[in-house]
Design a protein around this ligand. Structure first.
Ligand code: NAD
Ligand code: IPM
Ligand code: MN
Length: 342
């Protein structure tokens, strides 16, 4: 039986609380199927405050040698916004060329949606992961003066867009065969036009897959007025970030929303993490919902083709939510309840 090497980066706040639960579930669900050899990386706020390190080169090189990464969350109110987010999380996504940020959204039975009539919600957001406004292109001049100018430039390459578009169409083939491109092509005419042309071109290779287009602003309407219309939502880095938090809220909270930062060529490890952050408002209380972190381990298993073990986790989570989703439970208790079903 095979052994996979996993880098574990619990990170900050509730990341440290949900990651151990996720690891326990992964272990249990994989018994007799695949072994894991974990290497813990102490990266995040405590480390930064102690020795100033964010993601040292030698540790990045170690991480590159692993098969996959499990990450909790990063970010801490004591540290200026962006230092850890850019220096650690985004650095990993970019250095490991994780160009597909896969974010499934599903309304589980037993979860109370804030929508009165949510309908069947089951879609996946394919968010581009290595381009757009996240590249760090731009800068600031005359900072702090009345004449300050700040820019962030959105980088979109035909290469980068085409590979994620292709991924979305392949994924749609395994689902309900519908792709919705989300952009703002009525204003962002350069990038928007390129995204649309590439979708049209790639779409010709997938005659069974229908595709349509929505502006990002209208998308935020349909996510609450008719979320069951979606199958695969394809969008850029920033739009994808924003709508997946909204999607999480629509299906009962980001505590249920898992993600995979995928390097689909497997040149570098992919990373699995909840979509939520370190949640400083509830950190340390032991009440964070570990479900998203748990579901991200199912995504990890599926990434390596262990579909049955992944399905066991999904089924345990589904049954757990159906029976106990409306009860108030500690992080630890949710973990125990899920483990008991495996
Ligand atoms: P957040 O996702 O941490 O929290 C938003 C709200 O959702 C909070 O009220 C929080 O309590 C709640 N919440 C989040 N996860 C939950 C869970 N598992 N169970 C129950 N409630 C949960 O977003 P934020 O407050 O905007 O950001 C906090 C910090 O996290 C910032 O430093 C931000 O940069 C960082 N962040 C990191 C990641 C990541 O590491 N992937 C993602 C988002 C935000
Ligand atoms: C997420 C987060 C990150 C993002 C931040 C923390 C860099 O919000 O994973 O959704 O914007 O991608
Ligand atoms: Mn986000």
């Amino acid at each position: 039986i095979k052994t996979l090497n996993i880098a574990v980066i619990p990170g900050d706040g509730i990341g440290k609380e949900v990651t151990p639960v996720a690891q326990q579930v992964l272990e249990k669900a994989s018994e007799g199927v695949v072994n894991f050899n974990y290497t813990n990386f102490e990266l995040g706020a405590e480390r930064y405050l102690r020795d100033g390190a964010i993601l040292p080169d030698d540790e990045l090189e170690e991480i590159k040698k692993q098969d996959a990464i499990l990450l909790g969350a990063v970010g801490d109110p004591r540290i200026k916004a962006g230092i850890l987010e850019r220096g650690l999380l985004l650095k990993l996504r970019f250095a490991l060329d994780q160009y597909v940020n896969l974010r499934p959204t599903k309304l589980y039975k037993g979860v109370t949606s804030p929508l009165a009539n949510p309908g069947d919600i089951d879609f996946v957001v394919v968010r581009e992961g290595t381009e757009g406004l996240y590249c760090g292109a731009g800068g600031a001049v005359r900072v702090g003066t009345p004449n300050e100018v700040a820019t962030e430039v959105s980088i979109n390459t035909a290469y980068g867009v085409e590979r994620v578009v292709r991924y979305a169409f392949e994924l749609a083939m395994k689902r309900k065969k519908h792709v919705t491109l989300v952009h703002k092509k009525n204003v962002l005419v350069n990038a928007g036009d390129m995204w649309q042309r590439i979708v049209d071109k790639v779409g010709e290779e997938y005659p069974e897959v229908t595709h349509d287009y929505l502006h990002i602003d209208a998308t935020t309407i349909f996510l609450v007025s008719n979320p069951s219309r979606f199958d695969v939502i394809l969008t850029d880095n920033l739009f994808g970030d924003i709508i997946t938090d909204e999607a999480g809220a629509v299906v009962g909270g980001v505590g249920y929303s898992a993600s995979g930062c995928i390097n689909a060529t497997n040149e570098y490890p992919s990373m699995f993490e909840p979509i939520h952050g370190s949640a400083p408002d509830i950190a340390g209380k032991g009440i964070a919902n570990p479900t998203a972190a748990v579901l991200s381990t199912a995504m990890l298993l599926r990434h390596f083709g262990y579909d049955e073990a992944a399905a066991r986790i999904d089924a345990a989570v589904e049954a757990d939510i159906e029976e106990l989703g409306s009860t108030k439970r500690s992080t630890e208790q949710v973990g125990k309840d899920i483990l008991a079903r495996l």
